[in-house]
Design a protein around this ligand. Structure first.
Ligand code: ZN
Ligand code: ZN
Length: 388
């Protein structure tokens, strides 16, 4: 193929000032002349492609403007790709014309790739897991429905021993040619055969097991391993457990989407765990040791004297194992809250009252000290002001 590209106006044989109507008329005339169905010269095909491309650009006001200003390079850098892959198979020319002239070529396009092997569909299912199952991983038996190749007919859809017969409409090609008389001449379009749905075969004696489908729904059980660290919405791929392929095509995959049940005590954010732990007022004030629940059981935390309500302790490495590296774990953050008792024994009440009195005495003494201090301070200020 020549590397220099012809000017689109030359290709269509119109002036640069040609109107949209003139461009269209020129294209119809040229297309008629060089359409490979009517022109047997070896160049007809490439000429026809060139013509299609030229028309695609010049019939579109925006593309034509870019082409006028910047030429072929402008179209390329502007991201323009010929609307059709002209290097592809020729039979699809029907589609090109259907598109250029707004359809009306009898029957939709397509038909390509029909009838060949097809990959089966991917499937999706949800699976509920307990909080700790997601954290540490588990093994689960899942039950799902997918299409499997039918055994008795080996996926052919025909009753064993009968075999399909060749479709008489398309002669086994799976495609039919449709020749249509149009304003620019006769055009042949290739479409998928409507009689055999493009398979080329007609099932005369359908398999009783799958009713001619070649596949049938089967309830399947599989045991799957859930790795540690999975989270809400994690998608696990179970290879080849989607629907079976058609005509020897590969099967699809099954995707298991995880739904994690909440925990009564722990909250999770990524690989970190958050929890609350109530601690008595004396321990917060005097210091001590408390036992908290973690993913691995209980763990002791040292509470220093004078710990404030809402203080957060970090238990390093007590969080969730990382999905891609189980040796690494997130943290567990424990927030301590003062436990305010609602039911007190007589002795507890007495002690708290005694504590209260002590604190009130202390408070009023502090207040007196403060007022004494401020009185003397104010007195000094007054002295200074009066004394001049
Ligand atoms: Zn057919
Ligand atoms: Zn069957």
């Amino acid at each position: 193929m020549s590397t220099t590209r012809r000017d689109y106006y030359d290709v269509l044989g119109v002036a640069r000032t040609a109107s949209a109507e003139e461009v269209k008329r020129a294209f119809r005339k040229k297309a008629k002349e060089c359409h490979p169905d009517t022109n047997s010269s070896p160049d007809a095909e490439s000429q026809f492609k060139e013509l299609g491309e030229a028309y695609d650009v010049l019939s579109d006001a925006n593309k034509r403007q870019v082409y006028d200003n910047y030429g072929h390079e402008g179209l390329k850098s502007g991201g323009y790709q010929p609307q059709y892959d002209f290097s592809d198979s020729f039979p699809d020319l029907g589609d090109i014309f259907a598109s250029f002239f707004g359809g009306g070529f009898g029957g939709g396009g397509g038909g390509r790739r029909r009838g060949g092997p097809q990959q089966g569909n991917d499937l999706r299912m949800d699976l509920a897991l307990d909080f700790t199952e997601a954290v540490f991983g588990t093994k689960q038996e899942i039950t799902f429905n997918h299409l499997e190749q039918c055994d008795p007919c080996e996926g052919s859809g025909s009753s064993p021993g009968s075999g399909p017969s060749t479709c008489t409409t398309c002669g086994g090609q799976g495609q039919v040619r449709q020749t249509t008389q149009t304003i620019i001449g006769h055009f042949t379009q290739i479409t998928g055969c409507p009689n055999c749905q493009g398979t080329g075969n007609i099932i005369v004696n359908p398999c009783k097991e799958c009713h001619g489908q070649g596949r049938k729904a089967v309830e399947t059980k599989r045991s799957i391993v859930i790795p540690p660290g999975v989270d809400q919405g994690t998608r696990l791929r179970v290879a080849n457990e989607g629907d079976a392929g058609i005509k020897g095509g590969p099967p699809g995959d099954l995707y298991v989407v995880l739904k994690i049940k909440p925990h009564s005590e722990f909250k999770r954010d990524g690989y970190h765990i958050y929890s609350l732990h109530e601690v008595s007022y004396p321990i917060m004030a005097l210091g001590g040791e408390v036992e908290v629940n973690t993913l691995d059981g209980t763990e002791k935390i040292k509470i220093p004297a004078g710990t404030k309500n809402g203080h957060v302790f970090t238990l390093k490495g007590a969080g969730v194992p990382h999905l891609n590296n189980n040796n690494k774990r997130g943290e567990h953050y424990v927030e301590v809250q003062v436990n305010i008792p609602t039911h007190l024994s007589g002795e507890e009440k007495k002690l708290l009252q005694k504590l209260n009195e002590l604190q009130q005495d202390k408070n009023s003494k502090d207040a007196r000290d403060k007022s004494k201090h401020s009185a003397s301070f104010m007195g000094k200020v007054k002295e200074v002001l009066a004394g001049g």
